[in-house]
Design a binder for this molecule. Structure first.
Ligand code: 0PR
Length: 393
């Protein structure tokens, strides 16, 4: 591909782009069934497209956007039981986790060989953060329900520990670690604790409301010092937008950089990115204002209804097995007869976009709002065919 000397007319460009984009499998097809993103809410998409030039890295110029970012932080604080939140929006769960671990390292600056303890089910962005920040990551064991075990965490605490991490809505199974018990350990040892609720943050509060769970996972738990939550997952916002909240101002302060040549609010940045879109943050504000708790609760209810349907379809097939009773809208499906790789290959041939998890070896199904009842049934009809070695007649 070359950069043409003479530009092409708009129609030719659009036609070329469209023919290349035909290879994308969009959420509208229902086929991506292992994605944590979804079709953004219409209102959010509209706000996004009208505000694409706003820069959340230049908050002195974009003062309105700055206020709106703060209101998003406050609304999310309200959702997560934190009256006076200190935080920042980010580009997503990875950036939020890097910042949370940076805060841990910086708030215990005297420790020269910092270590963070995390159960082995944490998302790969925690490994990435440890790598970038020069932190030693100590992975601890899990129980048979794939939740963090407590004893191994306690055992690995040392004079070098700068933080403990737990997950509320694990990537593989949507499992929730025992946050309260880990929070106690954090308090007893005066260690910061971060909860990665990138996926679960917009799910668990509504599961609790719906009587589909009773989980304390956020700032309600005293030992929790930071929580990350992604509007661009179950918050229905357009990519990219995450959010990281701290309980104390001090933790935000240690991840804030001053840029002396920029005026006012622009001189302070708590994100890793410099220039970054405000559009997805503004879209988040609009979606949260428009949906309210009732709107999100209904969305979670619908996703859980379809998760239940998936659970029943797995239970109806003796050659499939659920890794755990689903906690949220994620299903981990084990295959008893046919190897997972074969199933994936066969399902991909039928148009599905699949993902597998290593722990336990299973197919991963994330029942996002775009995964309709029709898509669920079509998926399980195909899965029934490929999960057996007996050919269909
Ligand atoms: N925390 C949890 C629990 C996650 O599941 C994810 C995303 C992140 C953090 C990172 O979020 P961002 O992608 O917004 O940075 N997990 C997604 C998934 O597993 C996407 C993903 C996958 C991201 C692999 C990074 C990656 O290396 O579907």
């Amino acid at each position: 591909m070359i950069l043409d000397e003479q530009g092409l007319d708009e129609e030719t460009v659009a036609a070329g782009l469209n023919s290349l984009l035909e290879r994308d499998i969009t959420y509208f097809s229902g086929h991506p069934i292992a994605s944590m993103s979804t079709i953004p809410h219409r209102l959010g998409a509209e706000v996004f497209s009208k505000t694409i030039e706003r820069n959340a890295g230049r908050l002195y110029t974009f003062k309105g956007s700055a206020n709106i970012e703060q209101e998003v932080i406050e609304m999310i604080g309200d959702l997560l039981y934190l009256e006076a939140p200190f935080g920042t929006t980010s580009s997503g769960g990875t950036e939020s986790n890097i910042l949370a671990m940076l805060a841990m390292r910086e708030s215990k600056k005297k420790i020269k060989k910092p270590e963070v303890i995390a159960p082995k089910t944490v998302h790969s962005s925690i490994d990435k953060a440890a790598w970038i920040l020069g932190i030693k990551l100590i992975k601890t064991g899990i129980d048979k329900e794939f939740k963090a075990s407590i004893r191994p965490i306690e055992k690995r605490i040392s004079k070098n520990t700068v933080g403990i991490i737990a997950t509320a809505g694990t990537t593989y199974l949507g499992q929730i670690d025992p946050i309260e018990k880990i929070g106690k350990i954090a308090i007893e040892n005066k260690i910061p604790m971060h909860v990665d609720a990138a996926f679960g943050g917009f799910v668990i509060p509504f599961l609790n409301d719906l009587g589909l769970g009773s989980h304390s996972f956020d700032f309600e738990v005293r030992g929790v010092t930071s929580v990350s939550i992604d509007p661009h997952k179950m918050g229905l916002a357009p990519i990219p937008v995450g959010c990281l909240l701290f309980r104390s101002k001090r933790h935000l302060k240690v991840v804030t950089m001053k840029t002396p040549y920029l005026p006012g609010a622009s001189s302070k940045q708590s994100s890793i990115l410099g220039t970054r879109p405000a559009a997805s943050v503004l879209a988040t504000w609009a979606i949260m204002k428009h949906l309210g708790r009732v709107g999100y609760r209904e969305m979670v209810r619908e996703c859980m209804n379809r998760t239940q349907l998936g659970q029943e379809r797995v239970e109806d097939n003796p050659l499939l097995k659920l890794a755990i009773e689903p906690v949220m809208n994620i299903l981990g499906i084990e295959s008893i007869e046919v190897p997972l790789d074969t199933i994936v290959m066969e399902m991909e041939k039928r148009g599905w976009r699949m993902a597998t998890s290593p722990l336990p070896p299973s197919l991963r199904l994330v029942v996002m709002p775009h995964v309709s009842t029709g898509a669920m049934n079509a998926f399980f009809n195909d899965l029934n065919e490929v999960s057996t070695t007996v050919p269909a007649d």
